[in-house]
Design a protein around this ligand. Structure first.
Ligand code: HEM
Length: 470
């Protein structure tokens, strides 16, 4: 029978070469046993004993019995190809977690032990109350070193602290409330949008150029002018490497290499996050005309349809703030994030039979937390509100999220340094565009929502195509 099977798989040359099939069969079986069951099993056992000595365990992801997850691979490939990482993670957690608290599970991948969580109590511990127990870790630093250097994003401890102190003066209120920087670039953007005369345009591509111009101007006093060079092949290719080269040319005179690494990292972070958030915001405007009408009404009464808005104006624009909040709730620019336990420690929630006991976390365990999933958790919203999956700035009029259930800018000592800058930049842009254009229409192929590409940031697959009318 083995012979028949080998033949049917087209491996007759093996038979012809006189290979002893029984030996071959047992060798493969033993290899599978060692690689798939024994080694991971031993690693798992060691981890489990350590974790139990520190606290309770959380449920483990349900693994199929078949070797190497072969039966599941097709589904994983399909879901990732369809850009459904959020749905995939949701499925994993739901299928395995304790039903009493279905928000935290444990996943093993070869030698890695990962806790997936969407529990605000656990996220608060990692980012704030047990801040020194967790960090980005050495592996993260190594993986991202070529791209982000030893910058604020890739370091822990003193190195991180020094970076933060070095960068903080850039973000003081006086600098962030200087809106002139945004005016020049917003005008360039509006000029390009006016030229479309209602023809469909991928607005996200323009937002990437706009956000880079504003961030370079703000941090370096010199703009990359990528909006004005839209036709330029170099400026068009907004890939990481090209952007890095572009940055190098602007940063050339900066002799201080450390500062250069830092600023490069911040520029890239500042560009992608605001560009993606603005893109999603305009996608939602294109399918919610009543939000456009309400925003324009607020602009008319607070500013008017001509004058440039001031910092003080923004304080009075509640609906604009709600629209930004709601966009960041549904599309938190950093959708998934990760920390690693720097020592043996715990997390407060998710273990034991009731799912609410502290869990043991051996050193080296990765904690993957997902603002994108948590901020769409139905059970975190009052039942008389619109469902969590629906875009509704109105929900913010009589409701405010409980602490640590809404964290688009993270929280704790590593909270986003650019938060005020980003909110002001995005608010300014929305006001300036809606002063000029009264209607935003969706021009997505088949009117379909863009798929969410969830890499470091959550970006719209193939951009956001809309038409704007004055
Ligand atoms: C919608 C816009 C933005 C969002 C949603 C956002 C979100 C975040 C998040 C989630 C983190 C934490 C990353 C981590 O520690 O794993 C972060 C960190 C940071 N962000 Fe932002 N960001 C935005 C815009 C900006 C802008 C425009 C700048 C600068 C121009 C900026 C500068 C920084 C810096 C320097 C850090 C590192 C803080 C630290 O580790 O101490 N961000 N941001």
């Amino acid at each position: 029978m083995i012979r028949e099977t080998v033949r049917s798989w087209g491996l007759s040359p093996l038979l012809n070469a006189g290979v002893n099939l029984q030996t071959l069969f047992w060798s493969v079986a033993i290899l599978i046993f060692i690689v798939h069951y024994l080694l991971p099993g031993l690693g798992e056992l060691r981890w489990t004993i350590k974790a139990q000595s520190l606290g309770k365990l959380v449920p483990r992801e349900r693994k199929p019995w078949f070797p190497f997850n072969i039966l599941r691979i097709r589904r994983v490939i399909k879901m990732f190809r369809e850009q459904k990482r959020m749905e995939f993670m949701r499925e994993q957690i739901k299928a395995s977690a304790n039903p009493n608290n279905p928000n935290t599970i444990r996943v093993s991948m070869l030698t890695r032990r990962i806790i997936l969580t969407t529990d605000p109590e656990n996220i608060k511990a990692v980012l704030a109350t047990q801040f020194t127990d967790y960090g980005k870790g050495e592996k993260f630093n190594k993986e991202w070193h070529d791209f982000l250097g030893d910058s604020i994003f890739t370091t822990d401890g003193d190195l991180w602290h020094n970076s933060r102190n070095l960068l903080r003066p850039q973000f003081i209120k006086d600098r962030v409330s200087d809106l002139e920087i945004f005016e020049t670039h917003a005008m360039s953007l509006i000029q390009i949008l006016s030229n479309t005369k209602g023809e469909p345009v991928d607005i996200s591509e323009l937002f990437f150029a706009f956000a880079l111009d504003a961030a370079t101007d703000f941090l370096l006093g010199k703009s990359s002018h990528s909006l004005q060079n839209q036709q330029d092949e170099f400026a068009k290719a907004f890939k990481v490497v090209q952007t890095r080269q572009l940055m190098n040319s602007i940063l050339g005179p900066l002799k201080l290499l450390v500062l250069r690494d830092q600023i490069m990292a911040v520029l890239l972070a500042g560009r992608d996050t605001t560009a993606c958030t603005l893109s999603w915001l305009f996608y939602e405007l294109s399918i919610h005309p009543h939000v456009v009408a309400k925003l324009r009404q607020e602009i008319e009464t607070t500013v008017d349809l001509e004058r440039a808005p001031t910092y003080a104006d923004f304080k009075n624009m509640r609906y604009l703030q709600s629209t930004l909040n709601e966009t960041l709730r549904m599309y938190p620019a950093a959708p998934f994030n990760v920390r690693v336990a720097l020592k043996d420690t715990t997390l407060p929630h998710g273990g034991g039979s009731d799912g609410n006991q502290p869990i043991g976390i051996p050193r080296g365990t990765e904690i993957s937390y997902a603002p994108l999933i948590m901020q769409r958790r139905a059970d975190l919203y009052p039942s008389d509100q619109l469902p969590a999956e629906e875009f509704s700035p109105e929900r913010w009029e009589h409701w405010f999220p409980k602490s640590w259930t809404y964290i688009p800018f993270n929280g704790g000592p590593r909270i986003c340094l650019g938060q005020q800058f980003a909110l002001t930049e995005m608010g300014y842009t929305v006001v300036r565009i809606l002063q000029r254009f009264s209607t935003v229409e969706c021009r997505q192929p088949d009117n379909k929502a863009p798929a969410m590409v969830t890499d470091i940031v959550v970006s719209p697959h193939h951009g956001v195509t809309i038409s704007l009318f004055e």
